[in-house]
Design a protein. Sequence first.
Length: 64
Amino acid sequence: MSGQNLRDIQIGDLVAIVLKKDQRTGILTEGVVKRILTKSSFHPHGIKVMLEDGQVGRVKEILD
């Protein structure tokens, strides 16, 4: 499932995000959602979240 719709993502979900520094390479980082940072219901590049380890990026895939 893609991470473009806010309603699909919940705190505690296991997701794959792309960090700002990895946007050119497309390297994904896996983690558990701690906070949802995007307020809009849809974002074409993915909803921005903070993982439990503090990393911030846009959700590319919901793994849970």
